[in-house]
Design a protein around this ligand. Structure first.
Ligand code: UDP
Ligand code: MG
Length: 337
Protein backbone atom coordinates (compact mmCIF):
# COMPACT_ATOMS: atom_id res chain seq x y z
CA UNK A 1 0.00 0.00 0.00
CA UNK A 2 1.19 3.46 -0.72
CA UNK A 3 2.65 5.29 2.29
CA UNK A 4 0.47 8.39 1.77
CA UNK A 5 -2.84 6.60 1.78
CA UNK A 6 -1.74 4.47 4.73
CA UNK A 7 -1.21 7.56 6.85
CA UNK A 8 -4.59 8.87 5.76
CA UNK A 9 -6.19 5.59 6.71
CA UNK A 10 -4.54 5.42 10.14
CA UNK A 11 -5.45 8.95 11.02
CA UNK A 12 -8.96 8.52 9.72
CA UNK A 13 -9.61 5.51 11.95
CA UNK A 14 -8.08 7.36 14.81
CA UNK A 15 -10.40 10.33 14.39
CA UNK A 16 -13.61 8.66 13.38
CA UNK A 17 -14.30 7.54 16.93
CA UNK A 18 -16.80 9.83 18.66
CA UNK A 19 -15.00 12.35 20.88
CA UNK A 20 -16.88 14.09 23.64
CA UNK A 21 -15.60 17.66 23.63
CA UNK A 22 -16.73 20.27 26.13
CA UNK A 23 -16.00 23.38 24.05
CA UNK A 24 -16.48 23.00 20.30
CA UNK A 25 -13.25 23.17 18.33
CA UNK A 26 -12.82 24.53 14.81
CA UNK A 27 -9.91 23.46 12.62
CA UNK A 28 -8.73 26.06 10.13
CA UNK A 29 -7.28 24.35 7.07
CA UNK A 30 -4.76 26.53 5.28
CA UNK A 31 -3.10 25.35 2.04
CA UNK A 32 0.19 27.11 1.39
CA UNK A 33 2.47 27.12 -1.64
CA UNK A 34 5.48 29.45 -1.66
CA UNK A 35 3.84 31.85 0.77
CA UNK A 36 6.74 33.06 2.93
CA UNK A 37 5.51 36.64 2.53
CA UNK A 38 2.03 35.86 3.88
CA UNK A 39 2.53 33.56 6.89
CA UNK A 40 3.28 36.23 9.52
CA UNK A 41 0.51 38.61 8.36
CA UNK A 42 -1.94 35.72 8.26
CA UNK A 43 -1.10 34.48 11.77
CA UNK A 44 -1.33 37.98 13.22
CA UNK A 45 -4.79 38.54 11.85
CA UNK A 46 -6.05 35.04 12.69
CA UNK A 47 -4.76 35.25 16.24
CA UNK A 48 -6.56 38.57 16.65
CA UNK A 49 -9.86 37.09 15.41
CA UNK A 50 -9.45 34.03 17.65
CA UNK A 51 -8.85 36.27 20.65
CA UNK A 52 -11.90 38.38 19.77
CA UNK A 53 -14.12 35.32 19.51
CA UNK A 54 -13.05 34.33 23.01
CA UNK A 55 -13.01 31.05 24.91
CA UNK A 56 -16.43 29.80 23.76
CA UNK A 57 -14.78 28.23 20.71
CA UNK A 58 -11.37 26.57 20.54
CA UNK A 59 -9.31 26.78 17.36
CA UNK A 60 -6.42 24.96 15.80
CA UNK A 61 -4.69 25.79 12.54
CA UNK A 62 -3.66 23.08 10.09
CA UNK A 63 -1.24 24.28 7.43
CA UNK A 64 -0.86 22.06 4.40
CA UNK A 65 2.44 22.89 2.77
CA UNK A 66 1.95 21.99 -0.87
CA UNK A 67 5.62 21.50 -1.76
CA UNK A 68 6.80 25.08 -1.21
CA UNK A 69 10.36 25.76 -2.28
CA UNK A 70 10.83 28.92 -0.22
CA UNK A 71 10.99 29.50 3.54
CA UNK A 72 7.29 28.69 4.12
CA UNK A 73 7.95 25.42 5.98
CA UNK A 74 10.62 26.89 8.25
CA UNK A 75 8.47 29.91 9.12
CA UNK A 76 5.48 27.74 10.04
CA UNK A 77 7.52 25.31 12.11
CA UNK A 78 9.15 28.18 13.99
CA UNK A 79 5.63 29.35 14.99
CA UNK A 80 4.39 25.83 15.65
CA UNK A 81 7.00 25.15 18.33
CA UNK A 82 6.04 28.39 20.08
CA UNK A 83 2.31 27.72 20.35
CA UNK A 84 0.13 24.65 20.86
CA UNK A 85 -2.41 25.17 18.09
CA UNK A 86 -0.45 24.92 14.81
CA UNK A 87 -0.17 21.66 12.88
CA UNK A 88 1.73 21.23 9.63
CA UNK A 89 1.52 18.63 6.89
CA UNK A 90 4.35 18.71 4.35
CA UNK A 91 3.76 17.25 0.91
CA UNK A 92 6.64 15.62 -0.94
CA UNK A 93 6.07 17.98 -3.89
CA UNK A 94 3.46 20.40 -5.25
CA UNK A 95 0.18 18.55 -5.73
CA UNK A 96 -2.09 21.57 -6.21
CA UNK A 97 -4.58 23.35 -3.97
CA UNK A 98 -7.36 20.79 -4.43
CA UNK A 99 -5.08 18.01 -3.13
CA UNK A 100 -3.87 20.24 -0.28
CA UNK A 101 -7.43 20.97 0.74
CA UNK A 102 -8.33 17.30 0.58
CA UNK A 103 -5.37 16.44 2.81
CA UNK A 104 -6.56 19.10 5.22
CA UNK A 105 -10.04 17.55 5.34
CA UNK A 106 -8.52 14.10 5.89
CA UNK A 107 -6.40 15.24 8.82
CA UNK A 108 -8.57 17.89 10.48
CA UNK A 109 -9.76 16.88 13.94
CA UNK A 110 -12.10 19.75 14.86
CA UNK A 111 -15.88 19.63 15.27
CA UNK A 112 -16.01 21.93 12.28
CA UNK A 113 -13.53 22.77 9.54
CA UNK A 114 -13.01 26.08 7.76
CA UNK A 115 -10.60 26.21 4.78
CA UNK A 116 -8.90 29.58 4.43
CA UNK A 117 -6.49 31.07 1.90
CA UNK A 118 -3.31 32.28 3.54
CA UNK A 119 -3.34 35.51 1.51
CA UNK A 120 -6.29 36.79 3.62
CA UNK A 121 -8.58 36.92 0.59
CA UNK A 122 -10.98 34.97 2.79
CA UNK A 123 -11.41 37.56 5.56
CA UNK A 124 -11.18 35.67 8.90
CA UNK A 125 -13.69 38.05 10.52
CA UNK A 126 -16.43 36.37 8.46
CA UNK A 127 -15.88 33.26 10.60
CA UNK A 128 -17.74 34.90 13.49
CA UNK A 129 -21.01 34.83 11.55
CA UNK A 130 -20.28 31.37 10.12
CA UNK A 131 -19.78 29.95 13.59
CA UNK A 132 -22.94 31.61 14.84
CA UNK A 133 -24.98 29.95 12.06
CA UNK A 134 -23.24 26.63 12.72
CA UNK A 135 -24.16 26.80 16.38
CA UNK A 136 -27.70 27.55 15.28
CA UNK A 137 -27.79 24.14 13.57
CA UNK A 138 -26.39 24.64 10.05
CA UNK A 139 -24.06 21.88 8.88
CA UNK A 140 -22.58 23.82 6.01
CA UNK A 141 -22.14 27.57 5.90
CA UNK A 142 -21.13 28.91 2.49
CA UNK A 143 -19.44 32.27 2.12
CA UNK A 144 -20.51 34.08 -1.02
CA UNK A 145 -18.54 37.03 -2.29
CA UNK A 146 -20.81 39.90 -3.24
CA UNK A 147 -18.46 41.67 -5.61
CA UNK A 148 -15.68 40.41 -7.78
CA UNK A 149 -13.96 43.79 -8.08
CA UNK A 150 -10.63 42.30 -7.09
CA UNK A 151 -10.76 40.09 -10.19
CA UNK A 152 -9.93 41.06 -13.74
CA UNK A 153 -12.64 41.37 -16.40
CA UNK A 154 -11.51 38.15 -18.05
CA UNK A 155 -11.62 36.24 -14.75
CA UNK A 156 -15.14 37.51 -14.04
CA UNK A 157 -16.41 36.53 -17.47
CA UNK A 158 -14.75 33.11 -17.46
CA UNK A 159 -15.99 32.40 -13.93
CA UNK A 160 -19.50 33.45 -15.01
CA UNK A 161 -19.55 31.11 -18.00
CA UNK A 162 -18.14 28.28 -15.92
CA UNK A 163 -21.00 28.49 -13.42
CA UNK A 164 -23.55 28.68 -16.23
CA UNK A 165 -22.22 25.64 -18.09
CA UNK A 166 -21.58 23.59 -14.97
CA UNK A 167 -24.97 24.26 -13.44
CA UNK A 168 -26.76 23.47 -16.69
CA UNK A 169 -25.07 20.06 -16.82
CA UNK A 170 -24.39 18.81 -13.28
CA UNK A 171 -26.93 17.09 -11.07
CA UNK A 172 -26.14 19.39 -8.09
CA UNK A 173 -25.48 23.03 -8.99
CA UNK A 174 -22.49 24.85 -7.48
CA UNK A 175 -23.68 28.02 -5.73
CA UNK A 176 -22.36 31.05 -7.62
CA UNK A 177 -19.39 32.97 -6.25
CA UNK A 178 -18.86 30.57 -3.35
CA UNK A 179 -15.23 29.47 -3.14
CA UNK A 180 -13.60 26.95 -0.86
CA UNK A 181 -14.03 29.34 2.07
CA UNK A 182 -16.89 27.89 4.13
CA UNK A 183 -17.65 26.17 7.38
CA UNK A 184 -18.19 22.43 7.35
CA UNK A 185 -19.51 20.46 10.25
CA UNK A 186 -17.78 17.18 11.12
CA UNK A 187 -20.61 15.25 9.47
CA UNK A 188 -20.04 17.06 6.18
CA UNK A 189 -16.29 16.47 6.42
CA UNK A 190 -16.95 12.80 7.09
CA UNK A 191 -19.17 12.59 3.99
CA UNK A 192 -16.55 14.30 1.82
CA UNK A 193 -13.86 11.93 3.06
CA UNK A 194 -15.87 9.08 1.58
CA UNK A 195 -15.67 10.50 -1.92
CA UNK A 196 -12.62 8.78 -3.32
CA UNK A 197 -12.33 10.24 -6.79
CA UNK A 198 -8.91 11.31 -8.06
CA UNK A 199 -9.78 14.20 -10.35
CA UNK A 200 -11.31 16.54 -7.84
CA UNK A 201 -12.94 19.89 -7.78
CA UNK A 202 -13.80 20.38 -4.13
CA UNK A 203 -16.46 23.00 -4.80
CA UNK A 204 -18.44 20.47 -6.84
CA UNK A 205 -18.04 17.84 -4.10
CA UNK A 206 -19.15 20.24 -1.35
CA UNK A 207 -22.29 20.95 -3.37
CA UNK A 208 -22.90 17.26 -4.00
CA UNK A 209 -22.98 16.07 -0.37
CA UNK A 210 -25.93 18.27 0.54
CA UNK A 211 -26.82 18.89 4.24
CA UNK A 212 -28.52 21.88 5.80
CA UNK A 213 -26.84 24.90 4.27
CA UNK A 214 -26.72 28.56 5.29
CA UNK A 215 -24.93 31.41 3.61
CA UNK A 216 -22.98 34.49 4.63
CA UNK A 217 -21.76 37.18 2.24
CA UNK A 218 -18.49 39.07 2.18
CA UNK A 219 -16.40 41.31 -0.01
CA UNK A 220 -13.29 39.67 -1.34
CA UNK A 221 -10.24 41.88 -0.87
CA UNK A 222 -7.13 41.69 -3.04
CA UNK A 223 -4.24 39.46 -1.95
CA UNK A 224 -2.47 40.72 1.23
CA UNK A 225 1.04 39.72 0.13
CA UNK A 226 2.87 37.53 -2.36
CA UNK A 227 1.55 36.44 -5.76
CA UNK A 228 -1.29 34.27 -6.95
CA UNK A 229 -0.20 30.80 -8.07
CA UNK A 230 -3.13 30.45 -10.41
CA UNK A 231 -3.15 30.97 -14.11
CA UNK A 232 -5.77 30.48 -16.81
CA UNK A 233 -4.35 27.12 -17.77
CA UNK A 234 -4.82 25.75 -14.21
CA UNK A 235 -8.28 27.30 -13.97
CA UNK A 236 -9.34 25.75 -17.29
CA UNK A 237 -8.10 22.38 -16.11
CA UNK A 238 -10.06 22.72 -12.88
CA UNK A 239 -13.20 23.79 -14.72
CA UNK A 240 -12.97 20.80 -17.09
CA UNK A 241 -12.33 18.48 -14.14
CA UNK A 242 -15.42 19.84 -12.45
CA UNK A 243 -17.62 19.42 -15.50
CA UNK A 244 -16.40 16.04 -16.72
CA UNK A 245 -16.33 14.48 -13.27
CA UNK A 246 -19.79 15.70 -12.30
CA UNK A 247 -21.73 15.09 -15.47
CA UNK A 248 -22.00 12.62 -18.34
CA UNK A 249 -24.01 15.14 -20.34
CA UNK A 250 -21.12 15.92 -22.72
CA UNK A 251 -21.21 12.25 -23.77
CA UNK A 252 -24.96 12.19 -24.23
CA UNK A 253 -24.94 15.36 -26.33
CA UNK A 254 -23.46 13.24 -29.12
CA UNK A 255 -26.52 11.06 -29.20
CA UNK A 256 -28.64 14.14 -29.82
CA UNK A 257 -26.23 15.50 -32.40
CA UNK A 258 -26.27 12.11 -34.12
CA UNK A 259 -30.05 11.95 -34.23
CA UNK A 260 -30.23 15.52 -35.52
CA UNK A 261 -27.69 14.75 -38.24
CA UNK A 262 -29.57 11.61 -39.26
CA UNK A 263 -32.74 13.64 -39.82
CA UNK A 264 -30.97 16.33 -41.78
CA UNK A 265 -29.26 13.70 -43.96
CA UNK A 266 -32.56 11.96 -44.57
CA UNK A 267 -34.22 15.12 -45.86
CA UNK A 268 -31.19 16.13 -47.87
CA UNK A 269 -31.03 12.67 -49.49
CA UNK A 270 -34.72 12.84 -50.36
CA UNK A 271 -34.17 16.26 -51.88
CA UNK A 272 -31.21 14.99 -53.94
CA UNK A 273 -33.15 11.98 -55.22
CA UNK A 274 -36.15 14.08 -56.18
CA UNK A 275 -33.99 16.68 -57.87
CA UNK A 276 -32.12 14.03 -59.85
CA UNK A 277 -35.43 12.45 -60.94
CA UNK A 278 -36.86 15.81 -61.95
CA UNK A 279 -33.84 17.49 -63.57
CA UNK A 280 -31.47 14.64 -64.35
CA UNK A 281 -27.82 14.40 -63.25
CA UNK A 282 -26.23 17.74 -62.52
CA UNK A 283 -22.51 18.61 -62.63
CA UNK A 284 -21.12 16.81 -59.55
CA UNK A 285 -20.67 19.33 -56.69
CA UNK A 286 -17.13 19.49 -55.38
CA UNK A 287 -17.88 22.18 -52.79
CA UNK A 288 -20.76 20.42 -51.07
CA UNK A 289 -18.81 17.14 -50.89
CA UNK A 290 -15.77 18.77 -49.36
CA UNK A 291 -17.90 20.73 -46.89
CA UNK A 292 -19.71 17.56 -45.79
CA UNK A 293 -16.42 15.71 -45.33
CA UNK A 294 -14.95 18.58 -43.32
CA UNK A 295 -18.02 19.06 -41.13
CA UNK A 296 -18.38 15.38 -40.32
CA UNK A 297 -14.62 15.00 -39.85
CA UNK A 298 -14.63 17.89 -37.39
CA UNK A 299 -17.64 16.57 -35.48
CA UNK A 300 -16.06 13.12 -35.28
CA UNK A 301 -12.83 14.50 -33.88
CA UNK A 302 -14.68 16.58 -31.32
CA UNK A 303 -16.82 13.63 -30.20
CA UNK A 304 -13.72 11.48 -29.96
CA UNK A 305 -12.06 14.15 -27.82
CA UNK A 306 -14.99 14.16 -25.41
CA UNK A 307 -14.91 10.37 -25.14
CA UNK A 308 -11.14 10.66 -24.61
CA UNK A 309 -11.74 12.96 -21.64
CA UNK A 310 -13.80 10.29 -19.95
CA UNK A 311 -11.46 7.43 -20.88
CA UNK A 312 -8.59 9.46 -19.43
CA UNK A 313 -10.52 9.97 -16.23
CA UNK A 314 -11.40 6.30 -15.97
CA UNK A 315 -7.69 5.60 -16.32
CA UNK A 316 -6.73 7.95 -13.48
CA UNK A 317 -9.46 6.48 -11.30
CA UNK A 318 -8.51 2.84 -11.83
CA UNK A 319 -4.85 3.55 -11.14
CA UNK A 320 -5.95 4.30 -7.58
CA UNK A 321 -3.00 6.52 -6.80
CA UNK A 322 -3.22 8.56 -3.63
CA UNK A 323 -4.07 12.21 -4.16
CA UNK A 324 -0.93 13.37 -2.39
CA UNK A 325 2.14 12.07 -0.61
CA UNK A 326 2.90 13.28 2.91
CA UNK A 327 6.59 13.81 3.62
CA UNK A 328 6.25 14.85 7.26
CA UNK A 329 3.56 15.79 9.71
CA UNK A 330 3.70 17.96 12.80
CA UNK A 331 0.62 17.66 15.00
CA UNK A 332 -0.28 20.50 17.37
CA UNK A 333 -0.81 19.36 20.98
CA UNK A 334 -4.22 21.02 20.84
CA UNK A 335 -5.29 19.06 17.74
CA UNK A 336 -4.03 15.72 18.97
CA UNK A 337 -6.94 13.93 20.56
N1 UDP B 1 -2.11 27.06 -3.17
C1 UDP B 1 -1.68 25.76 -2.94
N2 UDP B 1 -1.15 25.04 -3.98
C2 UDP B 1 -1.03 25.55 -5.24
C3 UDP B 1 -1.51 26.88 -5.47
C4 UDP B 1 -2.04 27.60 -4.42
O1 UDP B 1 -1.77 25.26 -1.82
O2 UDP B 1 -0.53 24.85 -6.13
C5 UDP B 1 -2.69 27.86 -2.04
C6 UDP B 1 -2.09 29.24 -1.85
O3 UDP B 1 -0.94 29.20 -1.03
C7 UDP B 1 -3.22 30.00 -1.19
C8 UDP B 1 -4.46 29.36 -1.79
O4 UDP B 1 -4.04 28.09 -2.32
O5 UDP B 1 -3.27 29.84 0.22
C9 UDP B 1 -5.08 30.23 -2.88
O6 UDP B 1 -4.12 30.46 -3.88
P1 UDP B 1 -4.04 31.83 -4.69
O7 UDP B 1 -4.19 33.00 -3.77
O8 UDP B 1 -2.79 31.75 -5.48
O9 UDP B 1 -5.31 31.69 -5.64
P2 UDP B 1 -6.38 32.84 -6.02
O10 UDP B 1 -6.80 33.51 -4.74
O11 UDP B 1 -5.68 33.75 -6.94
O12 UDP B 1 -7.50 32.06 -6.65
MG1 MG C 1 -5.64 34.37 -3.39
Amino acid sequence: MNPGSEIVQLRKDHHDAPQPSPTPRVTLVVPVYNEEASIAIFLDRITQVITDIGPSIRFDILFVNDGSRDKTERLILAEAVKRDDISLINFSRNFGKEAALTAGLHHATGDAVIPLDVDLQDPPEVMVEMIRLWQGGAKLVNARRVRRDADTWLKRVSAGSFYRIFNALAEKPIPRDVGDFRLMDREVVQAIRQLGERSRCNKALFAWVGFETEEVTYERPPRAAGESQWNYWKLTKLALDAIFSSSTMPLRIWTYVGVGMAFVSLFYSAFLILRTLAFGIDVPGYASTVILVLVFGGLNMFALGIIGEYVGRIYTEVRQRPLYVVRSHHVAPKADL
